[in-house]
Design a protein around this ligand. Sequence first.
Ligand code: PMV
Length: 392
Amino acid sequence: MLLQTCIAPVNIALIKYWGKRDEALILPINDSLSMTLSTDQMCAKTTAAVGSDFKENKMWLNGEEVQFEDNCRTVKCLDEIKRIAQLQGTAKFPLDWKLHICSENNFPTAAGLASSAAGYACLVYTLAKLYGVQNEELSKIARLGSGSACRSIYGGFVQWIKGEDENGNDSIAVQIENEEHWPNMHVLILVVNDNRKKVGSTKGMQRSVLTSDLLKYRADVVVPKRIFEIKNAIKEKNFEKFAEITMKDSNQFHACCLDSYPPCVYMNDVSHAIIDFVHKYNEMVGEVRIAYTFDAGPNACLYLLQENVADVLLAIKKFFPNDNDGSVEYLKGIPIDLKNKKDENIFNCESKPIGRNFFKYIIHTKIGNGPKSLIEEESLLNEVGLPKSFNP
Ligand code: PMV
């Protein structure tokens, strides 16, 4: 048996991808740009193994066996890896050997946090290591799993170039800056209590492409300008500019969702309360210290610099008090030393709390690097190729 185990990061878009020009190849109507989050707090982990005695392809996802052949996007990624391995003659075993794949996320998938991006990036990266496929091809293959997954192939700031080719050959992700460039870029993810079922991203995008005039204007006119501007803001580490573009782009993405017919509603009242809070906070401190962005759900992703994390958390505690505050379950991720706060004045102001128990929990994380291989001991599969978690 030969095996590989790897981890891959989550990425959160600053300039959103929304809308496909080709459904099968997952080709977008506009470029997008994201920041990769550290795998220390959130990542997907995958082990892929091949063996001469494996009878069939098998796959386990978050502890449960899933049907391999039915999972069309996984098969597409695997076929592409095998095709390239054949072409390059890189595999150290016969290509018809069956495969066992075991994959887990170390963060709750129920939180609706970009789990498919990390998952498909990890699958493709792990298979590439196993079959000996070169890295340059990987973002294209990850794209076939889930569009946003192509950006999780790199760390730091990543642009997904939409490309022009009909076959998708130039629709690839490229790294703009690595994670060392702006190392004090931190993130607070506010996971919002919400049980409402949302329109999935595939369906939502189709609906927007068919019915939203605003989306067309966004893709043709607004996004190219914003990509140019945010790349400059990142290069110059201009947080204020970075924050303004990020917030405007999140707002426009959700405006396009509402402009679709019937409308796709992803944010809820708590999301809007967070938006109000961020603008008020920035105004109160007299500079832009927080930027929000929302994907296709109500959870907020707040970007902020490390030196402001303690102050912002104190403000969140004041305006959004929570009965679970103080428990390790409520504040996850990088520990925050509240003694590091800078501004006393904001917390002495008169303002009343906005709402109680609005969040399930908060994750504190930061910018991070791309996927990486782990040592054999980290494998999710045992010596006969079955999930270790199934053992007593
Ligand atoms: O890759 P998908 O199909 O999960 O779509 C992701 C869409 C957004 O998260 C809303 C935006 C983005 O660019 O990640």
